[in-house]
Design a protein around this ligand. Structure first.
Ligand code: ZN
Length: 213
């Protein structure tokens, strides 16, 4: 993994500074692929696309923020203190994803999709890899609504999105629909489809690690 320079970005609402990490190259060594599509890759970290400003507390999209400066990995000595002191951006919390969706931060389909997928993943993070853990009751209804809306945004004709739709059906207990969606996918997606199919037939709705073998 080769880190790129830190980008110092400014909040479009108030100008408060934040630092976004960047990557020049990464790889999937040691990566874990989960059934909800989340890839946990230590050598290919995902940096947040949407953040909450620590100054004004409003949300903004990182790619819409102005870049005020860059700090090379070994360039901290020579940089202005104001840039150095900016804190790193962070992924939103579950409650922040809900708030962002409720306040219209997902203003186009791509943004809405990002928020809905990441909200889903953040809730699943609470139970990921722990069969005894349960999704907190206060999130269940919001998660269901979120998945129903996300499913509408996904295109059955795209194999990746079709699989994600199937996974939403499986995790919400609609195993018949999941199986139907998984029956017809191109060869390179077959191992994923087969794994999800097996779980669906067992009426298993838990988020699960996928292993290609
Ligand atoms: Zn701000």
């Amino acid at each position: 993994m080769l880190p790129g320079p830190d980008q110092v970005i400014t909040c479009p609402h108030c100008g408060f500074l934040a630092k976004q990490r960047t990557l020049i190259s990464g790889n999937t060594i040691g990566a874990i692929l989960w059934s909800d599509g989340k890839l946990e890759a230590p050598m290919l970290p995902e940096f947040p696309a949407v953040v909450r400003c620590r100054g004004c507390k409003r949300f903004y999209w990182v790619d819409e923020a102005r870049v005020k400066g860059e700090i090379e990995p070994f360039g901290y000595q020579s940089q202005h203190l104001e840039l150095q002191r900016a804190e790193y951006t962070q992924h939103l919390t579950i409650d922040e994803y809900i708030e962002a969706l409720d306040t219209g931060v997902g203003s186009d389909m791509q943004k809405e999709r990002y928020l809905r997928v990441h909200f889903w993943w953040a809730v699943n993070d609470l139970v990921r890899g722990n069969a005894n853990a349960q999704i907190p009751v206060r999130y269940i209804q919001k998660l269901r609504e979120n998945l129903a809306k996300l499913s509408v945004l996904l295109d059955e004709n795209d194999p990746n999105e079709r699989i994600m739709k199937a996974e939403i059906a499986r995790e919400t207990g609609d195993f018949t629909r999941a199986i139907q969606l998984l029956e017809d996918v191109p060869a390179e997606f077959k191992w994923v489809a087969d794994s999800l199919m097996e779980l669906s037939k067992k009426k298993n709705s838990l988020v699960t690690q996928l292993r290609p073998d």
